[in-house]
Design a protein around this ligand. Sequence first.
Ligand code: HEC
Length: 441
Amino acid sequence: MKNIFRTRALLFLLSLFGASNLALADDPTYSADIAPILFDKCASCHNPDGIGPMSLLDYEQVRPWAGLISLKVQAREMPPWHLDKTTGIQAYKNDVSLSDEQIATIVAWVEAGVPQGDPADLPPQPELPNPGQWQTAEILGPPDFVVKSPPYTVKANAQDQWWVRRTSFEGLIDEPRYVRATELKGAYPLGVKVLHHGHATLVSVDADGSRRSGPVGRQGVGKGGDLFPEGTGMLINPTGTITWNLHYFPIDQEVENDQAEVGVWLYPKGYVPDFETRGEQFFAADSGPGGLWANDVIIPPHSIKSQQGVRVLQRAALITSFRPHMHMRGRAQSLEAVYPDGRREMLARVDKYNHNWQIAYEFEDDAAPLLPKGTMLLITSTWDNTANNPINPDPRQWVVFGQRGVDEMSHTWIGITYLNDDQYERLAAERRGGERLTAGQ
Ligand code: HEC
C-alpha cells in the first residue's frame, strides 16, 4: 500500500508540473491497457514453455497474480532488469525495463480492482519465442557450427553442482577464423531449466606459440547470446580444447544426460575485422591487496558488507557489457572508472542484484565506456547476509568464498575490446564529433 501511495503522490506531483509525457489512461482496463504491456514485456518468459513460474497470457491467468505483479513492477524486480536507474549509464541494447508510465498504469489498474474491459480491445496474442532455438539465429540465421558438452545427469534433488570437463576442438574450421557471435544454451526442454549459468572457453595456441583463450559461449539466466558489433571479431584457431564450466541447479525432476550446446557464428573466410576482441572476460581485481577474489571474501553473520577491488587498464579499451556475479547474499555491485586525470565516473550499478539472474547489461554503441590506457576500474560489491535478504539461506552463517550458491563470490564479466592508440584516438574523435553535433542542434 505504501508503494501505491507513493506512486499516486508522484503522479500528483508530476501533474502539478504538467508532465505531459505521463499520459496515464484514465481508467485502465486489462484488454486495452494491461495486455499490451504484459504481451510485450512479460509473455516471452511467462508462457507454458517459458522460464517464468506462471503464464500471463490472458485475463483469467493474470487476475490471481495482479497484486503481486503490482508489487514486483514497482520494486522493478520484474521484468528482470536490476540496474540502478539513478546513476550511471542508462542506454542499453537489451533494456527490457518498464517505463514509469507503464508501471503507474499497472498500479492504477490493480488499485481499481483489475477491470477486464472490452475483449474487443485486446491486441493479438504475442508471438512466443521458441526456447529450443538459438536467439542469435533471429539476427544472423543458423550458426556456422555447433559443439555439445559431454552428457551429464542432473539429479532430481541435490545441491547445485559445478561441473567441469574438457573436450577437444578440431575439425570444425580449417584455418583461423573471426567469430561474430556466440551463444550457449541448455538442451531443450529440460536442460534449459537446469542450466543456471555456464561458460565454454576455447583455449588454443597461436602460430607464434602464445596461448589464446576466448569464450565460445556464455550462458546465464536472463542472458542471451554475445553478438559483437559489425567490424569487431574474436579470433579462434582450428584446434584446441574447450573447457565447459556448467552450473546446474536441480529442478525436482531428474534430467538425464543433459548436453549444453554452443553455437558459433563466423565472419566470412578471409575477413579481418577492424577491432579484435577477446570477448566477455572474467574481471576480478587482481588478488592480493585490494583484491576481491577468493580468500578476501569473509562475511560475518547478520551483516551487510562491501568490498572493493581495482584494476588498472594497461591498454585503452571499449567496455561493451557489464555482468555482475555474486551468489545468494549478493545485493549490489557497481563499476566505476577513475580516469588518469583523477576524474571518477559511475559506469553502471546494479542495486537489486538477485542470484537467480545473470544478466549482461549491454551498453548502446555510442554510450559504451571508451577508456584511455591507465584508467582504473573500481568494482564495489555489497552482500546482505541478514534476514532481510529474501533469498538468504541462513543469516546465522559465516560465509566464505566458494563455488556453491550458498558460498560467496565477487567478480564481474566485462565485454571488453582492447584498442591500440590509433583505434582509441579514432573512436574518441568520433565521440567528440558526435558531441559537437548534438550541442549544435
Ligand atoms: C526473462 C524472463 C522474464 C520476464 C521478461 C518476466 N519474468 Fe516474471 N519471472 C520470471 C522468473 C524466472 C520468475 C521466478 C524467479 C524470480 O522471481 O526471480 C519470475 C517471477 C515473477 C513473479 C513472482 C512469482 C512468484 O510466485 O513469486 C511475478 C509476479 C512476475 N514474475 C511478473 C512478471 C511481470 C508482470 C513481467 C512483465 C512486466 C515479468 N514477470 C517479466 C521470468 C520473467
